[in-house]
Design a binder for this molecule. Structure first.
Ligand code: 3HC
Length: 297
């Protein structure tokens, strides 16, 4: 297998944009692709802001950051971006039909040797592999939010993924500064999100059944368990839409009632308040993304 030199990320949202800059910082020629120019421009602005702050705080040098941006391109032209890519990391919306369409396109547009990975944690790659002609090169490569900070990366193959593919993806994750968690067989949510889901489900239940306010449940997680954030704060960071769609995707795969999103999560999702990215979720945020107060839910 050819060494990975060029990385393409599909989707410039919260995850995609940071996966892209982390790859560029690690020395890979990187493209971030999105269907929306506005989304790409928002991604570029945020990445510049974050990198400027890192330089200001002495966490990175200006040379390293400039070199990373010189290796990074943001584009709406997917066919051109993937034409010479060695791996694609798809981080588009958590919707199986959209992902299958994207994988079929990527299969046509990218070189035969290219690996096609998805950042999804709930849509396992075997559900995408048959949309391509290269199931042995399809797998999950799952990063955590915020990708610039969180060290973990779960790598998961289906029955059809080759050992060679898994090793190449693990090596890439290590080169990107990540700790690899190899998940030995497919299960929706993999390891970390299943642990997280157990806490989140219990937190939503405690709140919904009136045992405590969501602010106090967050305080308990932070002050009693030393979690860096409470489960409601974390939903706002990850996105209420993502938290909701993850549950829906799990239900579609398991058919178990327990997998369904809880009614309070569904209500929040339907309100269109998706957390930090829309300025309101469980909490209200100012323009800089600082938490201002609990929202009136
Ligand atoms: N992007 C990049 N860097 C960020 C960031 C972001 N969104 N938020 C914070 N940081 C970095 C910055 O360097 C910041 O320093 P700075 O303010 O001087 O620039 C530094 O982290 C510390 O940030 P804060 O002082 O604002 O706050 P914290 O010390 O609480 O750290 C946190 C923020 C790293 C997000 C921390 O609260 C944390 O680890 N929270 C838990 C995150 C978590 O559990 N993630 C996993 C979610 S599950 C998932 O992603 C799976 C997916 O499938 C949904």
């Amino acid at each position: 297998m050819k060494d990975i030199e060029k990385v393409t990320v599909i989707g410039s949202g919260t995850m995609g944009r940071q996966i892209g800059i982390v790859a560029a910082l690690a020395g890979f020629t990187t493209s971030i692709v999105d269907i929306s120019e506005d989304a790409l421009s928002a991604a570029k602005d945020e990445l510049h802001r974050r990198m400027d702050r890192d330089v200001e705080k002495g966490r990175r040098t200006r040379e390293d950051v400039d070199a990373a941006f010189a290796r990074l391109s943001l584009t709406t032209n997917q066919a051109e971006a993937v034409a010479d890519t060695d791996i694609v990391i798809e981080a588009a919306v958590e919707d199986i039909d959209i992902k299958r369409k994207v994988f079929a396109q990527l299969d046509e547009q990218s070189p035969k040797h290219a690996i096609l990975a998805t950042n999804s944690s709930n849509i396992v790659s075997s559900r995408l592999a048959d949309a391509t002609s290269r199931p042995e090169k399809v797998c999950n490569m799952h990063f955590f939010n915020p990708v610039l900070v969180m060290k973990a990366c779960e790598v998961v193959g289906s029955d059809q993924t080759s050992q060679e593919t898994l090793e190449a993806v693990e090596n890439l994750a290590v080169a990107m500064g990540k700790d690899v968690i190899r998940v030995r067989k497919e299960i929706p949510g993999f390891v970390a999100n299943r642990l997280l889901a157990a806490i989140r489900t219990e937190a939503l239940k405690l709140y919904q059944d009136g045992y405590a306010s969501f602010e106090d449940i967050d305080t308990a997680a932070r002050s009693a368990l030393r979690h860096p954030m409470g489960p409601f704060e974390l939903m706002d960071l990850v996105g209420i839409d993502v938290a909701y769609l993850i549950r829906k995707a799990e239900y579609d795969q398991t058919g178990e009632e327990d997998s369904l999103p809880s009614p309070v999560l569904e209500k929040m999702y339907n309100s269109g308040n998706y957390g930090k990215k829309t300025g309101q979720g469980w909490y209200v945020y100012d323009e800089q993304g600082n938490k201002v107060r609990p929202s009136d839910v």
